[in-house]
Write a protein of this length. Sequence first.
Length: 157
Amino acid sequence: MNLNTNVGKKIKRMIADSFHATMKLVTGEEVLAEITPSEENGTEFFVALNPIVVNEQVQLDHKKGIAMAGLVPKKWMMYASDDMSIIYKNHVVSISEMDKFGVEFYNKALIAAKCSSPIKKKVDSSDNVGYVGKIESSREQLEQIYDESPDITDESL
């Protein structure tokens, strides 16, 4: 068996073993990510794809006498140019797989975290395509349609 076959099998196994989880680290941080457990040369670690942290922000409205709380998602490593991080197993206190509601929250929070990141990356989205052409070419097309349209007089109305 050659090296490429071994690497291919390892990648397929890693993809099959990946899951969305929340991890509590020895630093106290709680990191949400798509996690793939791995091991290399006897060292166990987790590959975390798109890790984010979610902070609770509380504001007091003294006039109304209420407290307002909100969740603020941020990339775990805000200035990293790569979406993948390695977390060694000995740095993890606890790990728990997310249910479908947790995964849905994570996916929405990930978009917000990427948008607020100082390192901007192109987000491909076929659902929200708003760019359909340049203004100049659209103007020329509209002028051509106008020029080719028959004249309407008051009498024809």
